[in-house]
Design a protein around this ligand. Structure first.
Ligand code: B3K
Ligand code: ZN
Length: 885
């Protein structure tokens, strides 16, 4: 908890460190009621900072200093200064050794930052600034050191003792204790340090690298989970191979370990050689994890593994550069998942997520650039903007440079900066130098916040056979940035003829045609491109694959959108056309609801969906994606002022109309697919994901009709399936139905069956928290009393509170403000023991600008109440104060 007013930290104030730490020797003595940490730091003056010996200022928080010495000489009080956050002393020469001993309390560390206990095991989370809660140190990413770590603990309770690098020695100790020493040969910043001690089991495997080195692979879990690790292991091996093949990157240590822990503030952490994971991102088995969970495990395992190069071998100079490693690594894991599964489906999912959540962040009070220029609490900047928009920026570089050019750039980046802590500018410079490119203007993507708008208009000249597209870009102001300069916006596009055929693209002034799909770079505020030899009035397919993170508008009518849905050669844009059609139709119904008119659904949407359902040659996953109406959260995001009730009513009305009108084809596709599921074993592969996704979306439509045969099918699926994907969907549609007796029975049976599996119980909480039926808040409050619920476990908070406030929009935004009051109370409570989780849960309240005046007032009042509630963590303080500014 802060004791002084939190301070803003600025990128412009960056200075290289005064001192360096060549070697770090740590010894941990773990006990039940405290832990002793002895640190020996071999230090020297940073030659880059010139002559003179300024005071050495080490970071340290919540540490009880027991002893301190400089070059072997014990320092007395008066030889150094101590504050809540720092230890300062005066070195006497250029090179010196500091020895310190501190006492810390992992057993009562509820913030889950630094060294803490998750259940009976010890583990660490040091990124971004958690290492300073372990020992006094220069806790900044540009201070890289060689670490040796000895861990000592009671043998019986903690048979497994792990840290980064390679194990070099171990042995017994008096009093039933034992110890192990690990040495990491690679220089690393403290945020990549890790330690684990526990009673863990492991599955083991090996991987032969491209230079024929054998790497031992281990996934450690608590014994009851040992049967749920194979999917993560398979994912790890695929990731290692992929990074060799696609980026030429080989693993560098003799051993790679993953440890699953239940209490973790986020998904996982890429500590060198010893990744620590939220168990939700490791454990996956057919009967307990959904298809989505399997894909998440694959993606997160890959992401953390890829950090070994993009993050660890080449790390960040300072935390403003966070997207250097995160944006790049998200891009790398997205491409990996696209290669392992369906590329188009992966892109659709990522774009839907980006447009719903990152665009909202970019339009809210916490909007910031991909490389922010200031922050109060760095933990608040692990955001959708740094991660997802950061990944989009890297994707645009790939689009502009092409595959080969991009690879040349990444090779140069890794080669030039291996072992260094660098900046986003260094990354761009490598891309430029390898390709002879100039990305000066492109770099505005790193410094300007907000989502650009791109308005497109067309002009066809039949006599001249020319077709001109005119692009106008603008970007709304964001906090601290009123004026924006034009971005470089790569637009991938194609033109369709009247028969749906792809036209050849030839730009005026260019000798050669560009094929049937091309990328043009819009760089001016307003800019036109003319295509020649265009024999007929074309229909444009714009921004294919969302080739830039912008809001595009082109005045398509509904018939044109239906045409694109069927004929666009680009799968992503076929989906996109369907989304735009759905949005137009839903917005019309929203208007009808608001004006009190009778609701009527444009039958063209029914026709379009029917075409999808009756064409068995289409990829089933694509059909499932295209049948999914835009979410309420997305409809909120694109509204000027979101009318929560109208959005919900309109969307539910449309779903009901579609279910009734398309009952027969939905039923046919459902039965076909359920039949296959019934007669085959669960397989976690793309084509099986595809079949189940269509089956499950069909079931969710069909249940809206309330027909007895659908209920029977749903209960059959619930009872007889062999996997969590089918079971959870059956449960979810029951929970959202009016079949009260069946619902209660299924919920009780599920909870009884899975009561000892916390990850499955998380799903059980989420399904109920997200149900839009009236009385949502009451249900959530009741569920908080359930024995499986605890606020101390971040997964539980996300499953119940996060799902309610983030997905159950009608209930959360109840006009009486009860949802807001509930969330604010919770944030105040969470602030007391886990500031990072408290701050995360605040996000829905920061979106107050989107709502009507009365809801705005209610939301702001709750933010003010939080601000006045007493001692706030810097995490919560920053979000609340910026939201009210
Ligand atoms: N690098 C970590 C995130 C750490 C978050 C600290 N508050 C996980 C990841 O992005 O891979
Ligand atoms: Zn990451």
């Amino acid at each position: 908890m802060r004791t002084e007013q939190p301070k803003m930290i600025y990128l412009k104030d960056y200075q290289a460190p005064d001192y360096l730490i060549d070697e770090t020797h740590l010894t941990f003595e773990l006990f039940e009621d405290h832990t002793l940490v002895h640190a020996q730091l071999v230090m020297r003056r940073n030659p880059a900072r010139g002559a003179g010996l300024p005071p050495l200022v080490l970071d340290g928080q919540e540490l009880e200093l027991l002893s301190l010495s400089l070059d072997g000489k014990t320092l007395e009080e008066g030889d150094y200064q101590l504050s809540d956050s720092h230890l300062s002393l005066q070195p006497a020469g250029d090179s010196f050794v500091i020895d310190s001993s501190v006492r810390i309390h992992p057993e009562s560390n509820t913030a889950l930052e630094g060294l803490y206990k998750s259940g009976s095991m010890f583990c660490t989370q040091c990124e971004a600034e958690g290492f300073r809660k372990i020992t006094y140190y220069l806790d900044r990413p540009d201070v890289m050191s060689k670490f040796t770590t000895t861990v000592s603990a009671e043998q019986h309770k903690y048979p497994v003792l792990l840290s980064n690098g390679n194990p070099i020695a171990s042995g017994p100790e008096d009093g039933g204790r034992h110890w192990a020493t690990w040495e990491d040969p690679f220089m690393k910043p403290a945020y990549l340090f890790a330690l684990v001690a526990g009673d863990l089991w492991a599955i083991e495997d090996t991987f032969e690298t491209m230079s024929q080195r054998e790497v031992a692979l281990r996934i450690y879990v608590e014994p009851e989970n040992i049967d749920k690790c194979q999917h993560a292991m398979d994912s790890l091996k695929k990731s290692m191979r992929w990074d060799e093949e696609v980026y030429g990157r080989e693993y560098d240590l003799d051993i790679f370990m993953i440890v699953a822990v239940n209490d973790f503030n986020m998904g996982a952490m890429e500590n060198k050689g010893l990744n620590i994971f939220n168990s939700s991102c490791v454990l996956a088995k057919a009967d307990t994890a959904t298809d989505a969970a399997h894909q998440r495990v694959e993606g997160v395992v890959a992401h953390e593994y890829f950090h070994n190069w993009s993050g660890n071998r080449v790390t960040c100079r300072d935390w403003f550069q966070l997207s250097l490693k995160e944006g790049f690594t998200v891009y790398r894991d997205a491409e990996f998942s696209a290669d392992m599964n369906s590329r188009t489906v992966k892109r659709i999912e990522d774009v839907a997520y980006l447009r719903t959540h990152q665009f909202a962040e970019d339009a809210g009070p916490m909007a910031h650039a991909v490389r922010p220029d200031s922050f109060i609490e760095i933990s608040n900047f692990y955001t959708l903007t740094v991660y997802e928009k950061g990944s989009e920026v890297v994707r645009m570089l790939h689009t502009l440079l092409g595959n080969e050019g991009f690879r040349k750039g990444s090779d140069l980046y890794f080669e030039r900066h291996d072992g260094q802590a660098v900046t986003c500018d260094d990354f761009i410079k490598a891309m430029e130098d390898a390709n002879g490119a100039d990305f000066t203007q492109f770099k505005r993507w790193y410094s300007q916040a907000g989502t650009p708008r791109l308005q497109v208009s067309e002009a066809y000249d039949a006599a001249a056979k020319t077709y001109t597209l005119t692009f106008r870009q603008s970007c709304p102001p964001t906090p601290g940035q009123t004026e924006k300069l034009p971005f470089v916006i790569p637009v991938e596009l194609g033109l369709l003829g009247a028969q749906g055929q792809a036209l050849t693209l030839k730009l005026a002034g260019e000798g050669a045609a560009r094929g049937e799909s091309t990328v043009i770079a819009v760089t001016e505020a307003e800019q036109s491109f003319t295509f020649v030899d265009v024999a007929e009035q074309p229909l444009p397919s714009l921004l294919r694959g969302l080739s830039a993170p912008v809001k595009l508008s082109f005045p398509y009518n509904r018939d044109q959108l239906m045409f694109l849905m069927q004929h666009d050669a680009d799968g992503f844009n076929r989906w996109e056309a369907g989304q735009q059609l759905s949005v137009q139709v839903l917005q019309e119904v929203i208007g009808q609801h608001q004006s009190g008119a009778a609701l009527a659904l444009d039958q063209r949407l029914v026709t379009a969906f029917e075409t999808l359902l009756t064409d068995d040659s289409l990829d089933q996953a694509m059909v499932a994606e295209m049948l999914s109406l835009p979410s309420e959260a997305y409809l909120t995001e694109i509204s000027e002022v979101a009318d929560v009730d109208a959005i919900h009513t309109a969307r539910e009305f449309a779903r009901n109309e579609l279910a009734t009108a398309l009952y027969a084809p939905l039923w046919r596709r459902y039965q076909q697919n359920r039949e296959v599921s019934r007669n085959s074993e669960y397989v976690a592969q793309a084509e099986h994901f595809a079949r189940r996704s269509l089956q499950n979306i069909a079931l969710s439509y069909l249940m809206l009709t309330g027909k007895p045969e659908v209920l029977a099918a749903c209960l059959e699926q619930y009872d007889a399936c062999d996997n969590m994907t089918e079971r959870l969907t059956a449960l979810a549609v029951l929970v959202n139905s009016g079949f009260e007796a069946e619902k209660a029975k299924a919920l009780a049976a599920f909870a009884e069956h899975f009561k000892d599996n916390p990850l499955v119980m998380d799903q059980w909480f989420s399904v109920q928290a997200a149900s839009a039926l009236p009385g949502g808040l009451g249900r959530v409050k009741a569920l908080m009393e359930h024995p499986a619920f605890t606020l101390k476990n971040p997964n539980k908070v996300r499953a119940l509170i996060g799902a309610f406030a983030g997905q159950n929009l009608v209930n959360f935004h109840s006009a009486d403000g009860s949802g807001y009051r509930f969330l604010a109370d919770l944030v105040i409570t969470l602030n007391g023991f886990n500031p990072q989780i408290a701050s995360r849960q605040l996000a829905p309240l920061t979106r107050w600008r989107k709502y009507d005046a009365s809801r705005q007032a209610l939301m702001k009042a709750e933010l003010e109440r939080i601000l006045a509630s007493g001692e706030l963590s810097s995490d919560v303080y920053e979000v609340v104060s910026k939201s009210l500014a």
